[in-house]
Design a protein around this ligand. Structure first.
Ligand code: TA6
Length: 302
């Protein structure tokens, strides 16, 4: 649908409009009494969330490629129906296809509370069936207010059971990676992707990042808190329907391998991903749905 048509059907006076951006990508621009946000319909990808009383919450890479077929680097990529490389065929798109498809707008709404709702939809098409043989529906509901809430419902529309993994692969902006810590994992088990997925127990009440980190914390729905001294703020990440949290920072050497990241950009973000991966993958019987939600709130550090 063209942005002209989207504006006719879904724009909200003074709050929501759609623009054509680089690479033919359409972006929903939201601005209300609480916050502003940008959500790309390509990938249903939140590119920016900025509460009116805070700085930008998400990091978008300065070298992000805006091109249909290439995932956007930064913000909140949607990983579905698999996470990482496909288990059976590693020529299929990394982290699934949802982040490289155009999603449909199905609803927009301005609430009396001042929050704005945008609902996006992705379902079976010849393109998805080529990559994954199951009929499905994904509905993502974004609520932009003082907090950013994302509710993601996946439904099995096929006649057989299917399994999927998923992640809201969130890139949180940091002032200086060496000045942050993340709490909420003490006692949880994680698979260390940098050490053959070794099962390890987290002993620390909060983790600091001083080297490459790539961990899948499992069987945990705990709140995580990102404390950032440089930005004098904390970000609270609260989730439901998610049993995994992935923590990733590529650090110096691995950053250099990403063409769409500046060499020193590892310093500017930490990925804390609300997910269901590995042992926590979801199985849906025909007609069944699963909901996962994420709420992101910014608070002063003290
Ligand atoms: O979530 C961590 C991770 O799976 C890493 O292994 C990593 O390379 C990354 O996500 C980024 O993946 P991408 O396909 O976006 O380059």
């Amino acid at each position: 649908m063209t942005s002209k048509r989207l504006n006719k059907d879904f724009a909200l006076t003074d709050t929501l409009s759609f623009i054509e951006s680089k690479g033919g990508i359409t972006i929903a621009m939201i601005s209300n009494e609480h916050a502003s946000a940008q959500i790309s319909l390509y990938g249903a990808h939140v590119m920016s969330f900025e509460p009116n009383d805070s700085e930008e919450v998400l990091m978008m890479s300065s070298k992000c490629v805006f091109e249909i077929g290439t995932p956007l680097r930064g913000g909140i990529p949607i990983c579905f129906p698999w996470f990482g490389p496909n288990k059976n065929d590693n020529t299929l798109p990394m982290h699934g296809f949802a982040r490289i498809m155009n999603w449909k707008v199905v609803e927009s709404q301005q609430l009396k509370s001042g929050e704005t709702i945008l609902k996006l939809y992705l379902s079976t098409s010849p393109a998805t069936l080529k990559l994954w043989p199951y009929p499905f529906t994904c509905e993502l509901t974004f609520t932009i207010g003082k907090k950013l809430n994302i509710e993601w419902q996946v439904t099995n529309n096929s006649n057989e059971e299917f399994e999927f993994s998923q992640a809201l692969h969130s890139y949180f902006a940091t002032d200086d990676i060496s000045q942050i810590n993340v709490s909420g994992f003490e006692g949880a088990h994680y698979l260390d992707a940098l050490n053959q997925l070794t099962d390890t127990v987290e002993k620390e009440p909060s983790i600091v990042i001083d080297k490459e980190v790539n961990r899948c914390y499992l069987n945990t729905d705990s709140k995580c808190t990102l404390s950032d001294k440089g930005m004098n703020r904390k970000i609270e990440i609260i989730k439901t329907g998610s049993q995994s949290t992935v923590v990733w920072n590529p650090w110096i050497e691995t950053s250099k391998k990403f063409k769409d990241l500046r060499d020193d950009e590892y310093n500017d973000f930490i990925c804390i991903e609300t997910a269901n991966v590995h042992q926590n993958i979801i199985t849906l019987t025909p007609g069944q749905s699963h909901s996962m939600s994420l709420s992101i709130a910014v608070l002063p550090l003290k």
